[in-house]
Design a protein around this ligand. Structure first.
Ligand code: HEM
Length: 442
């Protein structure tokens, strides 16, 4: 570790897709490629570079945009020298599948049950392509196809269409992607005025982070600097099971909505329980100036928002927990995939639907893996060792406590509402690093 500080972020080198907010609504696609020939892989990267935007020239009105990342196997496949590969953190070198037990990817979420080829060493290069609306998707698909067409040595091996609907709601019916951290030096305003911006080194390699240090950067410097990591996961959502569980544990629709809001920490409109404890407030939910302007300090027992609610677990803000919240923050990119289950339907129609989750951060172990292990699949940090995240945790018939006066409500026998269908860790290099990769001559 070095204590050298460099606060002038090189915004002209960082991929906009890593840091910048996405349009809303939008459609997009994830595309995974296998590189069979290192020269073809380098040539492809060279052709993708002009299609990428740096943060400095980010234009929110740009109709289509791309982000590019490589897995560890991908860096090997294009011939990054062994001495350089060895400088990447071990969890990235191992890849997401090898970290399964640690991440809670067990049972149905275990890698042997993942959608092929996710979790295999064939996922080398991942392109995330976004368009402001579905009609522009055609352009985008053409763009991506042109980049790989007739390229011997490159094989498209997996793709997933994703979208964010105009109401911004994920498949369980809750507005998502509201709360994102502010990042020092980027000019991106955070959504919570009560949270001080996080040091850039939490999200970009080569800069001071919240520990006061600059973490080791993968070498050579030109490769590591201005890069970041992405952990993507195809999370299947059991919407019918979610509705059924609520129905079994609530007397009427209003109580079902109340229970679900206690699971999430927000009402369907996005209004936070911390500011709207008793009922949904759609105006508040729709107001970006207010819908994330809160802390939990005035609600230590969780009478408004349960301490175990998904959003409160994922960012306890100023609440007292074991550990430090600011060391485990993340930028999130969640997008729906698959058809939505029409309102009121309680039977599973067998369709694959869910959330394509993407974490962005400079520290896979301290941020993503820690959160999965301690905050999603454990409850010791909030003094509830028997409980897990009620929305996304591996339950095994778990419990969830809703603090209430005069007596708390305890739900039991929670099923798993979310199953991981597969994912991978990718390194998202800066633009100069991509040029370095394209020009490799090993
Ligand atoms: C299918 C899976 C998931 C669903 C349906 C889901 C849903 C939601 C919803 C509705 C919110 C509230 C909206 C907001 O604050 O932006 C939220 C917040 C959040 N979720 Fe998830 N989520 C899922 C998976 C995950 C995973 C895997 C992680 C991390 C490992 C995660 C981390 C977060 C974080 C950090 C927040 C923001 C908390 C805050 O700052 O207040 N979520 N999620």
């Amino acid at each position: 570790m070095t204590t050298e500080t460099d606060t002038s972020l090189e915004l002209d080198d960082i991929q906009a897709a890593a840091l910048m907010p996405r349009p809303n609504p939008y459609a997009g696609a994830y595309l995974a490629l296998r590189i069979d020939d290192r020269h073809a892989g380098r040539e492809l990267i060279g052709r993708l570079i002009p299609l990428l935007e740096p943060v400095s020239s980010f234009d929110p009105d740009r109709p289509v945009s791309l982000g590019v990342g490589l897995s560890f196997a991908g860096l090997e496949a294009i011939g990054v020298p062994a001495e350089s590969l060895a400088t990447f953190p071990s969890e990235f070198q191992q890849g997401m599948a090898a970290r399964a037990a640690y991440l809670g990817d067990v049972g149905e979420s275990a890698p042997e049950n993942w959608e092929k080829p996710l979790g295999s060493k064939d996922v080398h290069l991942v392109v995330a392509a976004l368009a402001r609306d579905t009609s522009l998707m055609e352009n985008l698909v053409r763009l991506a196809q042109d980049a790989v067409r007739n390229r011997s040595g490159i094989t498209p091996i997996w793709t997933l269409d994703v979208h964010v609907p105009p109401d911004g709601r994920e498949q369980f019916g809750f507005k998502d992607s509201i709360s994102e951290p502010a990042v020092e030096g980027t000019g991106i305003l955070g959504s919570n005025p009560h949270e001080a911006p996080l040091k850039a080194g939490e999200f970009v390699l080569g800069y001071q982070d919240e520990t006061g240090d600059v973490a080791p950067v993968p070498q050579p410097e030109v490769l590591g600097r201005n890069g970041t990591y992405v952990a993507f996961r195809k999370l299947h959502q059991r919407v019918a099971a979610f509705r059924e569980y609520l129905g079994q544990n609530a007397a009427d629709d209003a109580e079902q909505e109340w229970l679900a809001a206690k699971f999430v920490g927000r009402w369907p409109s996005g209004a936070p329980l911390a500011l709207a404890a008793d009922k949904d407030d759609p105006e508040l939910g729709a107001d970006p100036a207010r819908n994330n302007a809160f802390m939990y300090g005035d609600d230590p027992r969780g009478l408004k928002c349960p301490v175990g609610a998904h959003a409160r677990r994922m960012n306890a803000r100023d609440a007292v927990i074991t550990g430090q919240v600011r060391l485990h923050r993340m930028i999130r990119r969640g997008t729906n995939y698959g058809p939505s289950l029409p309102p009121g339907v309680l039977d599973d129609d067998g369709a694959d639907r869910g959330l394509m989750f993407a974490f962005v951060g400079a520290h896979l172990a301290r941020q993503f893996e820690f959160v999965q292990q301690q905050w999603v699949n454990d409850g010791k940090f909030i003094g509830a060792p028997a409980e897990r995240d009620p929305l996304i945790g591996v339950q095994d018939g778990g419990e969830f406590t809703i603090p209430r006066r005069p007596i708390r409500r305890r739900l039991r026998g929670l099923p798993d509402f979310v199953v991981n269908r597969g994912g991978e860790y990718c390194f998202m290099p800066g633009l100069r690093a991509l040029r370095w990769l394209a020009d490799l001559d090993t």
